[in-house]
Design a protein around this ligand. Structure first.
Ligand code: FAD
Ligand code: DHB
Length: 392
């Protein structure tokens, strides 16, 4: 097989790039290890920056997002048994975020790829990347019990944190930066009315909690749990009771409970690899960086990578200009590190760290008090939460 761009990974990053390139007449093949049902069964991100939404529209995939997604102009931080609102619209100079699930937008991307006869191969095994520093790179894999080879101009590694692409780069070329947090988020999805029309991030002595949503009839809640916990340790009843304890009383009394339709634990990690390119291979999204979910920056950081990569590939094919590809890693990383900083900051002010002293805890409390006493501090939070500009 032959194509211009071979994309490893059929998550949001890979699908979005393939769709954008297709609309400009650039061919790609997407290789996905799992079935479509499996990819769509993963419950992940829920909050999109406007930059992401714009890309979805440019990819001709924004219709349902614009109809069903909710515009949120603020969120709450619960602390000391009270709720304080962050007015994103006011403090960001008129911006907002869109609440629309990763499951739904991935479905929209798959449907667009189907409509345009895009090639997305599912259930591929043994993906191996070859000749990354040569003129003609290629990828081999097993598909439908056959060994296939895909010759291409470039390979995009959009295969998430556990994928094969990053591991195909020689270790002595890469520099890794990592922080592993001593807790995870236990999340549930339930067909109940959300307790609040806007998200509530709660800092509580028993641990962090988040009240989020997917629609007015579908709620998403998370609580901080030790890494030693497993999903089986948490019945629905135990989850609801713990969540209520971590919310201000005025919120807890309104919480509608019901059986969960999904329950999972996500460990928290910050991770960046540098550089994000090697020869003809370019990494994008979770393949190159991970954030703890607190600031809702994971998927949104993947989107900015795709934006830079898409424009760099357009410059290559349409204008014979490789400067975008040459500068991709530096440009993407400049924005990625700012999202890393923000996610680390949101995580560190809102969670309980087992090693924290009473001094550390007092500082966390003061950090939140200061935030709500200063328009400048709120401005900094708001501009990061709605998403820093892509620039250039
Ligand atoms: P992935 O979604 O991981 O996709 C990679 C794909 O590659 C997968 O489908 C995988 O099966 C495939 N693959 C892996 N290995 C191979 C291989 N060898 N060959 C072929 N295919 C392979 N982000 C936000 O912006 N906002 C949020 O609100 C938010 N909330 C989150 C909540 C939770 C609980 C979690 C866990 C994450 C959250 N995130 C959030 C992060 C977000 O989900 C990820 O950043 C996003 O999925 C990254 O997309 P991706 O396409 O780069 O990677
Ligand atoms: C969701 C996840 C997040 O990490 C976040 O900051 C906000 C919302 C969610 O899954 O709804």
């Amino acid at each position: 097989m032959k194509t211009q761009i071979c994309i490893i990974g059929g998550g949001p990053s890979g699908l979005m790039l393939s769709q954008l390139l297709h609309l400009k007449g650039i061919e790609s093949i997407v290789l996905e290890r799992c079935s479509r049902e499996y990819v769509l069964g993963r419950i992940r991100a829920g909050v999109l920056e406007q930059g992401f939404a714009k890309l979805m529209r440019e990819a001709q995939c924004g219709e349902r997002m614009d109809q069903e997604g909710e515009i949120h102009e603020g969120f709450y931080i619960a602390h000391d048994n009270k709720l304080d609102r962050v007015d994103l619209f006011k403090h960001s100079g008129g911006s907002s975020v869109i609440v629309y699930g990763q499951t739904e937008l991935t479905r929209d991307l798959y449907e667009a790829r189907d409509r345009m006869n895009g090639e997305v191969l599912h259930n591929v095994d043994d993906v191996v990347l070859h000749d990354l520093t040569r003129e003609a790179p290629y990828v081999t894999c097993k598909y439908n019990d056959e060994n296939i080879q895909i010759d291409c101009d470039y390979i995009i590694g959009a295969d998430g944190f556990h994928g094969v692409s990053r591991k195909s780069i020689p270790a002595d070329v890469l520099r890794e930066y990592e922080r592993v947090y001593p807790f995870g988020w236990l999340g549930i999805l339930s067909e109940t009315k959300p307790v609040s029309p806007e998200l509530i991030y709660s800092s509580h002595e028993r641990g962090f909690a988040l009240c989020s949503l997917r629609s007015q009839v579908l709620s998403r809640y998370y609580i901080q749990v030790p890494l030693s916990d497993s999903v089986d340790d948490w019945s629905d009843e135990a989850f609801w009771n713990e969540l209520k304890r971590r919310l201000p009383v005025e919120v807890a009394v309104k919480l509608e409970t019901g059986s969960s339709i999904e329950k999972s634990i996500a460990p928290l990690r910050s991770y960046v690899v540098e550089p994000m390119s090697y020869g003809k291979l370019f990494l994008a999204g979770d393949a190159a960086h991970i954030v703890p979910p607190t600031g809702a920056k994971g998927l949104n950081s993947a989107a900015s990578d795709i934006y830079y990569l898409y424009h760099a590939l357009l410059d290559h094919y349409q204008n014979d200009d490789d400067s975008g590809l040459d500068n991709y890693s530096a440009k993407a990383l400049a924005r990625i590190w700012k999202a890393q900083r923000f996610s680390w900051w949101m995580t560190s002010i809102l969670h309980r760290f087992p090693e924290n002293s009473s001094y550390d805890q007092k500082l966390q409390q003061i950090e939140i008090e200061y935030l709500f006493s200063s328009d400048k501090a709120l401005g900094s939070l708001a501009e990061n939460y709605v998403g820093l500009p892509y620039g250039g």
